[in-house]
Structures are given as C-alpha cells and as structure tokens.
Design a protein around this ligand. Structure first.
Ligand code: SF4
Ligand code: SF4
Length: 366
C-alpha cells in the first residue's frame, strides 16, 4: 500500500513536533481555528497519496514556477512528495507517448480518486489548433482528463480568467476551465502567478475533509480570496491619509506611500498576496513598489489598462470619469476609501503646499 503523507515526512527526517507545527500552520492558512490541526494531522497520517494530473495548456509556465517554490519546508515536501504527481510535462522524466500513457493510466486506474490541476486557458478557435499535445487539442485533453476527477483546480489567471490570451481581440478564442469542464467541481485559484501556499492549502483541505473548500460566489477558496488586496495592504494608511505616489521614484514612492494614483487596482482585487506574500514572506508586488494590476479579477487584461493610470471603478459605486469629484460626492458613504481619496484630492493643492513646505525644510530631509 502507498505510504501516507506522514510516513513520507518521517522518512525525510521531519520530527513529530515539526509535523504538528506544520499542521497548525496549514489550519491557520485555511482560515480554520488552530484546533483543526489534529484533524489535519490525522488525515496526513492516514491518507495515502492522492494521484494528481497537472496539465499545461495555453500558458507561460509561471504558475508552475510559483507552484514549486512554496517557502514552508513541509509544504514544499507536501507538493513534491505527498501528492503523487503522475503527469506534469515540465517535471516528468518520461516524455512523448510514455507520459501520455501515464496520464491515461491514472484516469483508468483511479476513477473518482485523482485530482486535476490545470494551468492555462483553452483555445477553441479553428478546431483548437493553437494548443495541441500529441495531436490532440487542449479542449479534448482537458475533457478526457477531467471526466472522472474528484475536482479540477484551475490554477492561475490563464485558467480562471484567460489572462493575456483573452485580451482583445482574443485571437485564439481562449476559454476558462470552467467554461469547458461542466461535470466535476472546478475550483478557481487565480493569480499571475498564484501563491504556492494557496494551492497547497486547497489540496490539504480536500485531503483532510474529503470535500472541496468553501468557495466564494466566484468559485474561489474563501480562505484566500475573501478580502481585497486593499484591506491588508501596508500602504493603506497612506491611502486613508490622501498621501499618494504621483509618479514612480518620487518622494512618496521612496517612502512607501499609496500607489493608487499610479494604477494600483488593490481596491477592487480579491487575493491574499499581502498576507501570505512570496519567498517565505519576504515581499509582494505592492510592498516592492509596484501597483497591484488586479490579475486575479475577471477580464483584468482588458479592463485594467492602461495599467499605470488610476482606476475609476470601485465596487458598489457608479463612478464617473472624474474620481476626484466622485470622492467629494460620496464622502461619508460606504465607499469610504474613495471618498477619502476624493476629499484628499480636492484639497490637494493646499495639502501639497504644506507637504512641499515640509519637504523643503532642511530639518525634515530624510
Ligand atoms: S490603493 Fe493599492 S497601494 Fe494603495 S492602499 Fe490600496 S492596495 Fe495599497
Ligand atoms: S498584487 Fe495584484 S497583480 Fe500582483 S499577483 Fe497579487 S493580485 Fe495579482
């Protein structure tokens, strides 16, 4: 019988303490109380490895790059040793007919027991000729592979919202995974790329509870996609104070002010980038000085351009072309952030005069 996750961890030198700590981390990542840690531990101690087929369709492989870079050592082990990754074009040793046969063997031998991860959109124009593997179109491969899966994880923005391939005029007629797969649950894990820990957490949830995680109304795991980038951003205090970067490399940019005016889409983007971050929590785009592009949102590649201009559409408000005037109009209403910005911008001249006086004072130089 196949080793359980815990047995493999033991063989790899993890102590029981490290294992239990890892289970607690996973519980918290999944948005659960730490008291769920024993349940996760039990599942990892008793469940055999789950076969996983990872398909690369119309994409650039950046999601896989993220997938293999989980920072937590136990989670990295989970990805590479705990799941049984039966098919992955880039990582598989086998190639050609042999690896395609391995995929079909999983479908035949583990009906209803394997998980499918899909990276990339599905081009359906011209009979699907824009992505074929072994002479078969991406659509045919996906339909064949998903047929008897427990669930399909659409991993990354290409798979969940078609990303750059879907940009107008969408020449390959790129489709989302959930537009093609209808007979099994589809879990959307958007991001360009998504954070590795998000997919680890999603897989662990399926293993632990035998069900797919609770999803948002857009079909994304709630534990990771229930909050806006804006809600957990370390620059948020500057947004509320009306202190904005006006152009890259200015004083505000160098001092961590809000990036809204140089195109940040954080107020309308739901993702966990600011909480989990990349590379063991070292940083994430907004912390590093780049505005959030809103890559996890539907149709972002068309809707969010030009990327480096301020965004005028906020949920729950009909925003005309001049956000400054909107801010004035909705002061005190529900879109508090926009209102704060509008008011701040309306009094911009006076404020900037004060800032300029402040910055020009030699005693205040950084
Ligand atoms: S607009 Fe962007 S940079 Fe500013 S607080 Fe929101 S998420 Fe952070
Ligand atoms: S910060 Fe924004 S653009 Fe960057 S990965 Fe996260 S959601 Fe996507």
């Amino acid at each position: 019988m196949a080793d359980t996750y815990y047995e493999i961890l033991k063989k790899r030198g993890f102590t029981r303490d490290e294992f239990l700590k890892g289970c607690t981390t996973l519980a918290l990542m999944l948005g659960l109380d730490y008291s769920f840690a024993p349940k996760i531990a039990k599942a990892l101690e008793t469940q055999p490895r789950m076969p996983v087929i990872y398909l690369n369709l119309q994409e650039c492989t950046c999601c896989l790059e993220s997938f293999i870079r989980s920072a937590h050592p136990m989670m990295e082990d989970l990805l590479f040793n705990m799941i049984s990754l039966e098919y992955q074009e880039t990582l598989s040793v086998a190639a050609g007919d042999a690896v395609e046969q391995a995929r079909r063997d999983v479908i035949r031998d583990y009906p209803g027991q394997y998980l499918v991860i899909v990276e990339g959109s599905i081009p359906v124009a011209d009979g699907g000729i824009y992505t074929t593997i072994g002479g078969h179109s991406a659509e045919d491969i996906l339909l064949e592979t998903a047929r008897d899966a427990i669930a399909v994880i659409a991993f990354g923005s290409c798979a969940t919202n078609t990303c750059v391939q879907g940009a107008y005029p969408n020449p390959t007629d790129a489709r989302r995974v959930r537009e093609i797969v209808r007979n099994v649950p589809v879990i959307d894990v958007p991001g360009c790329p998504p954070i590795a820990e998000v997919i680890t957490g999603t897989i662990v949830h399926i293993l632990t509870f035998g069900t797919i995680p609770e999803l948002t109304n857009l079909g994304r795991p709630k534990a990771f996609y229930n909050h806006r980038i804006h809600d957990t951003c370390q620059r948020r205090a500057f947004f509320d104070a009306g202190m904005f970067v006006e152009k890259f490399d200015d004083y505000g940019h160098k001092h961590g002010w809000c990036l809204y005016k140089v195109g940040c889409k954080g107020p309308t983007t739901y993702n966990a980038c600011g909480v989990i971050q990349w590379n063991n929590g070292v940083s994430w785009p907004v912390q590093s000085g780049h505005p959030c592009m809103g890559c996890s949102e539907d149709n972002w590649y068309n809707d969010h351009t030009p990327f480096y201009e301020r965004y005028q559409r906020f949920p729950g408000a009909t925003v005309p072309r001049d956000p400054d005037r909107v801010g004035m109009a909705v002061t005190g209403a529900t879109v508090v952030g926009v209102a704060a910005h509008g008011v701040a911008t309306a009094v911009k001249k006076g404020k900037e005069k004060k800032k300029s006086e402040f910055h020009n004072n030699p005693e205040n130089k950084a």
